[in-house]
Design a protein around this ligand. Structure first.
Ligand SMILES: [Zn+2]
Length: 325
């Protein structure tokens, strides 16, 4: 089923209490939404799908109308999600910078999403707090959850100058959460957006733990969010969840899995659409039985389903859906 903000709040509270993680999966296409919705359901795990501003622009086609694209992805999520009985999915806006404030409000007011991320982390802390407060004021009126961030998460979108600036300071995290009343807090603890290998990262589990304990001590316990988590090892997932992480963002992992599966298909089945050198062009007949998109796109879809199911098992959310009584 499709979850509103109220239901996602219950999902994250359960995850925090029982120390398991919820996989938040970036989507653009119907093929991805479909394969993920069923992957979560096979595992009786709740989940979150998320759309970036770029994904929404793409989903609209040539107009690049971000509001149209958001309605497309939201409709797909609601309609495809309505079929499942053993789990639910919410829809989240990933990394909306202050430039997208009006877009975020549009999505909230039109009931398109269950949660939003306002990412004003490039601003000074006071300004970040002010912008986040504005989003929280609108979102909470509509029972939509808000994720906020301080510190910088390295990656291709970022202009990070030095490694010393990367990590979230616990006392700033506390001030930010208290003043903004965000529901979810994204901490910068050493992960990277994009392609990375967990073993090469200096993931600061100690920092997640310190932030979590400080928030709890001050009666503002929150679910912590891990961005750029695609390449993490099993142990890193387990440690992060144990330390208080409830939302684990996955984007690059799916892109790689999907591309790998489709590439493997075409490497093997190339002659279905390309005339082999030992056959004359006149004699060659392309094979509709193999070039039909349902024959090769499905390889990517199946890879995504498998991928989300494996990640669910890593973070322990299987059989934990709030739909299961
Ligand atoms: Zn991110």
């Amino acid at each position: 089923m499709f979850y509103t903000g109220n239901e996602m709040k219950a999902v994250f509270e359960k995850a925090k209490k029982n120390r398991f993680g919820i996989i938040a999966s970036n989507v653009v296409f119907d093929t991805q939404v479909r394969s993920l919705v069923w992957g979560y359901d096979h595992q009786k795990s709740d989940g979150l799908l998320q759309m970036s501003a770029g994904a929404c622009k793409y989903a609209a086609g040539e107009s690049k109308d971000i509001k149209i694209g958001a309605q497309v992805i939201s409709s797909l999520t609601k309609i495809l999600g309505s079929q499942t009985k053993n789990s639910g999915v919410g829809l989240h806006i990933d990394h909306a910078t202050p430039d997208y404030f009006d877009f975020v409000v549009f999505c909230i007011e039109n009931g398109l999403v269950s949660s939003v991320m306002i990412d004003a982390s490039k601003e000074k802390l006071a300004e970040n707090i002010r912008i986040t407060q504005e989003v929280v004021a609108v979102a909470h009126k509509y029972n939509v959850l808000v994720e906020g961030e301080i510190g910088h998460i390295k990656g291709s979108e970022d202009e990070i100058v030095s490694d010393t600036e990367l990590y979230t300071k616990p006392e700033e995290a506390l001030e930010y959460v208290v003043k903004t009343n965000v529901d979810l807090f994204a901490a910068s603890v050493g992960t990277n957006h994009g392609v990375s290998k967990g073993a090469d990262l200096h993931l600061r589990i100690d920092l997640i733990d310190e932030i979590d304990k400080l928030l709890i001590k001050n009666n503002v316990e929150r679910g912590i969010v891990l961005h750029g988590a695609s390449g993490l090892t099993l142990q890193q997932h387990l440690d992060a969840v144990k330390a208080g992480v409830v939302k684990i963002n996955k984007d690059t992992q799916y892109q790689m899995d999907m591309a790998t599966a489709v590439q493997a298909f075409w490497e093997k089945e190339k002659d279905a659409i390309v005339c082999p050198t030992n056959i004359s062009l006149d004699a060659y007949v392309p094979d509709k039985g193999r070039f039909d998109p349902r024959k090769w796109l499905v390889k990517g879809e199946n890879a995504m389903t498998k991928s989300v199911e494996e990640m669910i098992q890593m973070v322990g959310s299987q059989n934990q859906s709030i739909m299961i009584k």
